[in-house]
Design a protein around this ligand. Structure first.
Ligand SMILES: Cc1ncc(COP(=O)(O)O)c(C=O)c1O
Length: 352
Protein backbone atom coordinates (compact mmCIF):
# COMPACT_ATOMS: atom_id res chain seq x y z
CA UNK A 1 0.00 0.00 0.00
CA UNK A 2 2.86 2.39 0.73
CA UNK A 3 3.81 2.12 -2.96
CA UNK A 4 0.43 3.39 -4.17
CA UNK A 5 -0.08 7.18 -3.99
CA UNK A 6 -3.80 6.71 -3.32
CA UNK A 7 -4.48 10.15 -1.87
CA UNK A 8 -3.03 11.88 -4.90
CA UNK A 9 -4.82 9.52 -7.27
CA UNK A 10 -8.09 10.24 -5.45
CA UNK A 11 -7.53 13.99 -5.76
CA UNK A 12 -6.95 13.67 -9.50
CA UNK A 13 -9.89 11.27 -9.85
CA UNK A 14 -12.12 13.99 -8.38
CA UNK A 15 -10.92 16.40 -11.04
CA UNK A 16 -11.81 13.83 -13.69
CA UNK A 17 -15.25 13.31 -12.18
CA UNK A 18 -15.80 17.06 -12.13
CA UNK A 19 -14.75 17.72 -15.68
CA UNK A 20 -15.37 14.55 -17.68
CA UNK A 21 -18.66 13.23 -16.29
CA UNK A 22 -20.23 13.21 -19.73
CA UNK A 23 -17.68 10.84 -21.21
CA UNK A 24 -16.37 8.58 -18.45
CA UNK A 25 -19.74 6.94 -17.72
CA UNK A 26 -20.45 6.30 -21.38
CA UNK A 27 -18.98 3.54 -23.58
CA UNK A 28 -15.69 4.52 -25.15
CA UNK A 29 -16.02 5.21 -28.91
CA UNK A 30 -16.59 2.00 -30.88
CA UNK A 31 -14.42 1.14 -33.91
CA UNK A 32 -10.80 0.09 -33.37
CA UNK A 33 -10.55 2.32 -30.32
CA UNK A 34 -6.98 2.13 -29.04
CA UNK A 35 -7.62 3.97 -25.78
CA UNK A 36 -8.20 7.39 -24.21
CA UNK A 37 -6.38 9.82 -26.57
CA UNK A 38 -4.90 11.85 -23.72
CA UNK A 39 -3.66 8.69 -21.99
CA UNK A 40 -2.06 7.45 -25.21
CA UNK A 41 -0.36 10.81 -25.69
CA UNK A 42 0.91 10.76 -22.10
CA UNK A 43 2.14 7.16 -22.35
CA UNK A 44 3.84 7.98 -25.65
CA UNK A 45 5.64 10.93 -24.06
CA UNK A 46 6.53 8.78 -21.05
CA UNK A 47 8.19 6.20 -23.32
CA UNK A 48 9.52 8.47 -26.06
CA UNK A 49 7.25 7.14 -28.80
CA UNK A 50 4.19 8.41 -30.67
CA UNK A 51 0.55 8.04 -29.61
CA UNK A 52 -0.44 6.08 -32.72
CA UNK A 53 1.95 3.34 -31.52
CA UNK A 54 0.13 2.87 -28.20
CA UNK A 55 -2.87 0.64 -27.44
CA UNK A 56 -4.26 0.62 -23.89
CA UNK A 57 -5.61 -2.53 -22.24
CA UNK A 58 -7.11 -3.51 -18.88
CA UNK A 59 -3.78 -4.46 -17.33
CA UNK A 60 -0.77 -5.77 -19.19
CA UNK A 61 -1.66 -9.46 -18.88
CA UNK A 62 -4.57 -8.67 -21.17
CA UNK A 63 -2.17 -7.01 -23.60
CA UNK A 64 -0.16 -10.25 -23.62
CA UNK A 65 -3.32 -12.22 -24.29
CA UNK A 66 -4.46 -9.99 -27.16
CA UNK A 67 -1.02 -9.94 -28.75
CA UNK A 68 -0.87 -13.74 -28.44
CA UNK A 69 -4.30 -14.03 -30.06
CA UNK A 70 -3.14 -11.75 -32.85
CA UNK A 71 0.20 -13.43 -33.56
CA UNK A 72 -0.53 -17.11 -32.94
CA UNK A 73 -1.96 -19.85 -35.06
CA UNK A 74 -2.71 -23.23 -33.44
CA UNK A 75 0.48 -25.24 -32.98
CA UNK A 76 2.78 -22.25 -33.29
CA UNK A 77 5.87 -22.18 -31.13
CA UNK A 78 6.65 -19.47 -28.59
CA UNK A 79 10.10 -19.15 -27.02
CA UNK A 80 10.24 -18.06 -23.39
CA UNK A 81 12.97 -17.58 -20.84
CA UNK A 82 13.36 -20.35 -18.27
CA UNK A 83 12.25 -19.51 -15.65
CA UNK A 84 9.58 -17.00 -16.67
CA UNK A 85 6.33 -15.38 -15.60
CA UNK A 86 3.98 -18.34 -15.21
CA UNK A 87 0.81 -16.51 -16.19
CA UNK A 88 2.31 -15.51 -19.53
CA UNK A 89 2.96 -19.17 -20.30
CA UNK A 90 -0.65 -20.03 -19.41
CA UNK A 91 -1.91 -17.27 -21.70
CA UNK A 92 0.21 -18.43 -24.63
CA UNK A 93 -0.83 -22.06 -24.17
CA UNK A 94 -4.48 -21.09 -23.95
CA UNK A 95 -4.03 -19.35 -27.30
CA UNK A 96 -2.77 -22.62 -28.79
CA UNK A 97 0.99 -22.16 -28.55
CA UNK A 98 3.58 -24.81 -27.85
CA UNK A 99 5.84 -23.07 -25.35
CA UNK A 100 9.57 -23.76 -25.55
CA UNK A 101 11.63 -22.73 -22.52
CA UNK A 102 15.23 -21.65 -23.16
CA UNK A 103 17.76 -21.23 -20.36
CA UNK A 104 18.17 -17.81 -18.77
CA UNK A 105 21.65 -16.79 -17.62
CA UNK A 106 22.56 -13.97 -15.26
CA UNK A 107 22.69 -11.50 -18.20
CA UNK A 108 19.76 -12.79 -20.26
CA UNK A 109 18.97 -15.77 -22.47
CA UNK A 110 21.63 -18.32 -23.31
CA UNK A 111 22.18 -17.11 -26.88
CA UNK A 112 23.87 -20.31 -28.00
CA UNK A 113 20.76 -22.22 -26.95
CA UNK A 114 18.54 -19.74 -28.81
CA UNK A 115 20.63 -20.04 -31.98
CA UNK A 116 20.68 -23.83 -31.77
CA UNK A 117 16.91 -24.02 -31.32
CA UNK A 118 16.38 -21.71 -34.28
CA UNK A 119 18.08 -24.31 -36.44
CA UNK A 120 15.19 -26.68 -35.69
CA UNK A 121 12.14 -24.43 -35.32
CA UNK A 122 11.37 -20.74 -35.65
CA UNK A 123 8.86 -19.34 -33.16
CA UNK A 124 5.94 -17.04 -33.93
CA UNK A 125 7.44 -14.87 -31.21
CA UNK A 126 9.92 -14.80 -28.39
CA UNK A 127 8.66 -13.53 -25.04
CA UNK A 128 11.16 -11.77 -22.80
CA UNK A 129 11.02 -9.74 -19.61
CA UNK A 130 14.31 -7.92 -20.21
CA UNK A 131 14.41 -5.74 -17.09
CA UNK A 132 14.45 -7.18 -13.55
CA UNK A 133 12.72 -10.28 -14.81
CA UNK A 134 9.85 -11.89 -12.93
CA UNK A 135 10.79 -14.22 -11.29
CA UNK A 136 14.60 -14.18 -11.56
CA UNK A 137 15.50 -10.48 -11.27
CA UNK A 138 17.79 -10.87 -14.31
CA UNK A 139 18.31 -7.95 -16.72
CA UNK A 140 19.24 -8.76 -20.31
CA UNK A 141 22.52 -7.12 -21.37
CA UNK A 142 22.64 -4.62 -24.24
CA UNK A 143 24.65 -7.01 -26.41
CA UNK A 144 22.15 -9.85 -25.94
CA UNK A 145 19.31 -7.44 -26.75
CA UNK A 146 21.07 -6.54 -30.01
CA UNK A 147 21.61 -10.19 -30.82
CA UNK A 148 17.95 -11.07 -30.16
CA UNK A 149 16.77 -8.30 -32.47
CA UNK A 150 19.26 -9.42 -35.13
CA UNK A 151 18.07 -13.04 -34.91
CA UNK A 152 14.42 -11.93 -35.07
CA UNK A 153 15.11 -10.05 -38.31
CA UNK A 154 17.16 -12.92 -39.75
CA UNK A 155 14.61 -15.65 -38.96
CA UNK A 156 11.54 -13.42 -39.24
CA UNK A 157 9.91 -13.83 -35.86
CA UNK A 158 8.41 -11.24 -33.52
CA UNK A 159 9.59 -10.30 -30.05
CA UNK A 160 7.34 -9.45 -27.13
CA UNK A 161 9.19 -7.49 -24.48
CA UNK A 162 7.29 -7.12 -21.22
CA UNK A 163 8.61 -4.23 -19.12
CA UNK A 164 6.51 -3.71 -15.96
CA UNK A 165 9.59 -3.35 -13.73
CA UNK A 166 11.86 -1.38 -16.08
CA UNK A 167 11.42 1.96 -14.35
CA UNK A 168 12.09 0.50 -10.92
CA UNK A 169 15.85 0.82 -11.35
CA UNK A 170 17.68 1.66 -8.12
CA UNK A 171 21.25 1.69 -9.49
CA UNK A 172 23.18 1.60 -12.77
CA UNK A 173 21.91 2.60 -16.19
CA UNK A 174 19.26 0.94 -18.30
CA UNK A 175 20.19 -0.91 -21.48
CA UNK A 176 18.09 0.16 -24.50
CA UNK A 177 14.64 -1.28 -25.02
CA UNK A 178 14.60 -4.03 -27.62
CA UNK A 179 12.13 -1.84 -29.50
CA UNK A 180 14.75 0.89 -29.71
CA UNK A 181 17.14 -1.51 -31.44
CA UNK A 182 14.56 -2.80 -33.88
CA UNK A 183 14.32 -1.22 -37.31
CA UNK A 184 11.53 -3.25 -38.88
CA UNK A 185 8.75 -3.29 -36.28
CA UNK A 186 9.30 -6.85 -35.09
CA UNK A 187 9.18 -5.87 -31.43
CA UNK A 188 5.99 -5.24 -29.48
CA UNK A 189 6.57 -3.71 -26.06
CA UNK A 190 4.13 -4.41 -23.24
CA UNK A 191 3.96 -1.89 -20.39
CA UNK A 192 1.91 -1.44 -17.24
CA UNK A 193 1.07 1.17 -14.64
CA UNK A 194 0.53 -1.59 -12.05
CA UNK A 195 3.97 -1.37 -10.44
CA UNK A 196 4.54 2.37 -10.84
CA UNK A 197 1.13 3.84 -9.97
CA UNK A 198 -1.67 1.43 -9.10
CA UNK A 199 -2.54 -2.15 -10.03
CA UNK A 200 -6.21 -1.51 -9.28
CA UNK A 201 -6.63 1.00 -12.09
CA UNK A 202 -5.88 -1.89 -14.49
CA UNK A 203 -3.88 0.08 -17.02
CA UNK A 204 -1.60 -1.92 -19.29
CA UNK A 205 -0.58 -1.14 -22.85
CA UNK A 206 1.07 -2.46 -25.96
CA UNK A 207 3.42 -0.36 -28.08
CA UNK A 208 4.28 -1.20 -31.65
CA UNK A 209 3.35 -0.53 -35.25
CA UNK A 210 0.10 1.44 -35.66
CA UNK A 211 -1.32 -1.29 -37.90
CA UNK A 212 -0.81 -3.93 -35.19
CA UNK A 213 -2.25 -1.61 -32.51
CA UNK A 214 -5.34 -1.19 -34.64
CA UNK A 215 -5.69 -4.98 -35.13
CA UNK A 216 -5.39 -5.46 -31.37
CA UNK A 217 -8.10 -2.85 -30.79
CA UNK A 218 -10.43 -4.74 -33.13
CA UNK A 219 -9.78 -7.97 -31.21
CA UNK A 220 -10.37 -6.16 -27.90
CA UNK A 221 -13.66 -4.71 -29.06
CA UNK A 222 -14.87 -8.18 -29.98
CA UNK A 223 -13.93 -9.34 -26.48
CA UNK A 224 -15.03 -6.59 -24.09
CA UNK A 225 -16.67 -3.96 -26.29
CA UNK A 226 -15.16 -1.01 -24.44
CA UNK A 227 -12.49 -0.46 -21.83
CA UNK A 228 -13.42 1.46 -18.66
CA UNK A 229 -13.09 5.15 -19.63
CA UNK A 230 -12.95 6.29 -16.00
CA UNK A 231 -9.78 4.33 -15.23
CA UNK A 232 -8.10 5.51 -18.40
CA UNK A 233 -9.02 9.16 -17.76
CA UNK A 234 -7.67 8.98 -14.20
CA UNK A 235 -4.44 7.38 -15.41
CA UNK A 236 -4.06 10.10 -18.05
CA UNK A 237 -4.45 12.76 -15.39
CA UNK A 238 -1.91 11.05 -13.13
CA UNK A 239 0.66 10.98 -15.92
CA UNK A 240 -0.06 14.57 -16.99
CA UNK A 241 0.22 15.78 -13.42
CA UNK A 242 3.67 14.17 -13.01
CA UNK A 243 2.40 11.77 -10.36
CA UNK A 244 3.83 8.68 -12.06
CA UNK A 245 7.34 10.15 -12.33
CA UNK A 246 7.12 11.39 -8.76
CA UNK A 247 5.95 8.00 -7.52
CA UNK A 248 8.73 6.20 -9.37
CA UNK A 249 11.21 8.44 -7.54
CA UNK A 250 9.51 7.59 -4.24
CA UNK A 251 9.60 3.88 -5.03
CA UNK A 252 13.29 4.05 -5.85
CA UNK A 253 13.98 5.62 -2.48
CA UNK A 254 11.81 3.08 -0.71
CA UNK A 255 13.11 -0.03 -2.47
CA UNK A 256 16.83 0.67 -2.97
CA UNK A 257 17.70 0.00 0.70
CA UNK A 258 15.38 -3.01 0.73
CA UNK A 259 17.18 -4.54 -2.24
CA UNK A 260 20.57 -3.90 -0.69
CA UNK A 261 19.49 -5.42 2.61
CA UNK A 262 17.91 -8.40 0.86
CA UNK A 263 21.13 -9.21 -1.02
CA UNK A 264 23.10 -8.88 2.20
CA UNK A 265 20.67 -11.10 4.13
CA UNK A 266 20.81 -13.84 1.52
CA UNK A 267 24.60 -13.73 1.23
CA UNK A 268 25.28 -13.83 4.93
CA UNK A 269 22.65 -16.40 5.85
CA UNK A 270 22.31 -18.64 2.80
CA UNK A 271 25.74 -18.28 1.14
CA UNK A 272 26.49 -17.96 -2.55
CA UNK A 273 23.09 -18.93 -3.92
CA UNK A 274 21.82 -15.75 -5.62
CA UNK A 275 21.06 -16.16 -9.31
CA UNK A 276 22.02 -12.54 -9.92
CA UNK A 277 22.33 -9.29 -7.99
CA UNK A 278 19.66 -7.10 -9.57
CA UNK A 279 19.85 -3.32 -9.78
CA UNK A 280 16.10 -2.91 -9.41
CA UNK A 281 12.70 -4.58 -9.53
CA UNK A 282 10.88 -6.62 -6.93
CA UNK A 283 12.74 -9.90 -6.72
CA UNK A 284 15.94 -11.60 -5.76
CA UNK A 285 16.05 -15.32 -6.42
CA UNK A 286 18.09 -18.19 -5.19
CA UNK A 287 18.83 -21.73 -6.21
CA UNK A 288 19.02 -23.35 -2.83
CA UNK A 289 20.60 -26.79 -2.46
CA UNK A 290 18.19 -29.05 -0.56
CA UNK A 291 18.00 -32.70 0.31
CA UNK A 292 14.19 -32.88 0.16
CA UNK A 293 11.74 -32.21 -2.66
CA UNK A 294 10.18 -28.82 -3.33
CA UNK A 295 6.78 -29.55 -1.78
CA UNK A 296 8.35 -30.83 1.46
CA UNK A 297 10.68 -27.83 1.62
CA UNK A 298 7.89 -25.31 1.02
CA UNK A 299 5.69 -27.02 3.64
CA UNK A 300 8.51 -26.77 6.16
CA UNK A 301 9.09 -23.12 5.22
CA UNK A 302 5.40 -22.37 5.68
CA UNK A 303 5.37 -24.12 9.04
CA UNK A 304 8.22 -21.85 10.09
CA UNK A 305 6.22 -18.80 9.00
CA UNK A 306 7.62 -18.18 5.50
CA UNK A 307 5.09 -18.48 2.67
CA UNK A 308 6.74 -18.78 -0.74
CA UNK A 309 5.55 -19.22 -4.30
CA UNK A 310 6.30 -22.64 -5.80
CA UNK A 311 9.47 -21.95 -7.82
CA UNK A 312 8.95 -24.83 -10.25
CA UNK A 313 5.75 -23.10 -11.43
CA UNK A 314 7.99 -20.59 -13.24
CA UNK A 315 9.49 -23.39 -15.33
CA UNK A 316 7.55 -24.23 -18.50
CA UNK A 317 6.75 -27.88 -19.27
CA UNK A 318 9.83 -29.92 -20.02
CA UNK A 319 12.12 -27.75 -17.89
CA UNK A 320 12.87 -27.75 -14.18
CA UNK A 321 15.01 -26.04 -11.55
CA UNK A 322 18.55 -27.35 -11.25
CA UNK A 323 18.74 -30.89 -9.85
CA UNK A 324 19.16 -30.94 -6.06
CA UNK A 325 17.98 -27.33 -5.62
CA UNK A 326 14.75 -25.47 -5.04
CA UNK A 327 14.21 -22.25 -6.96
CA UNK A 328 12.94 -19.54 -4.63
CA UNK A 329 11.66 -16.15 -5.71
CA UNK A 330 12.11 -13.81 -2.79
CA UNK A 331 10.03 -10.65 -3.17
CA UNK A 332 11.85 -8.10 -1.03
CA UNK A 333 9.80 -5.11 -2.15
CA UNK A 334 6.93 -5.38 0.31
CA UNK A 335 8.96 -6.10 3.42
CA UNK A 336 11.03 -4.10 5.86
CA UNK A 337 14.68 -5.24 5.73
CA UNK A 338 14.63 -6.81 9.21
CA UNK A 339 11.44 -8.70 8.43
CA UNK A 340 13.00 -10.02 5.22
CA UNK A 341 16.22 -10.98 7.01
CA UNK A 342 14.22 -12.83 9.66
CA UNK A 343 12.50 -14.83 6.91
CA UNK A 344 15.84 -15.69 5.34
CA UNK A 345 17.05 -16.80 8.76
CA UNK A 346 14.17 -19.24 8.98
CA UNK A 347 14.97 -20.62 5.53
CA UNK A 348 18.61 -20.96 6.55
CA UNK A 349 17.61 -23.04 9.55
CA UNK A 350 15.82 -25.45 7.20
CA UNK A 351 18.86 -26.19 5.07
CA UNK A 352 21.54 -26.84 7.72
C1 LIG B 1 6.23 -9.81 -16.03
C2 LIG B 1 4.82 -9.44 -15.77
N1 LIG B 1 4.01 -9.19 -16.80
C3 LIG B 1 2.73 -8.85 -16.62
C4 LIG B 1 2.19 -8.72 -15.35
C5 LIG B 1 0.75 -8.37 -15.23
O1 LIG B 1 0.55 -7.11 -14.68
P1 LIG B 1 -0.76 -6.24 -14.87
O2 LIG B 1 -1.78 -7.08 -15.60
O3 LIG B 1 -1.18 -5.85 -13.51
O4 LIG B 1 -0.34 -5.06 -15.71
C6 LIG B 1 2.99 -8.99 -14.23
C7 LIG B 1 2.45 -8.89 -12.87
O5 LIG B 1 3.06 -9.16 -11.88
C8 LIG B 1 4.35 -9.33 -14.45
O6 LIG B 1 5.19 -9.60 -13.43
Amino acid sequence: LEAIPSKSIARLAEQVLDTQRDTVFQYAPIGKYTGDPELRRELATHHGTSADRVFVTNGSLQALDLVAAHLLNPGDVVYVETPTYDRAVQVFERRGARVVGLPLESDGLDMAAVAARLDTEVPAFLYTIPDFQNPSGVTTSASKRRELVRLAALHEFSILEDIPYRELRYAGTAPPLLAELDTDDRVITIGSLSKVLSPGLRIGYAMGSPAVMSDLAALAEGTYLSPAPLSQAIAARCLADGLVRENVEQLRKLMAPRLEAAVEAVRTQLGDVLLTVPEGGYYVTVQLPVTTDEATFLDAARASGVGLTRGSAFYPDGTAPREGTVFLRLPFQAMEPDEFAAGIGRLASLVV
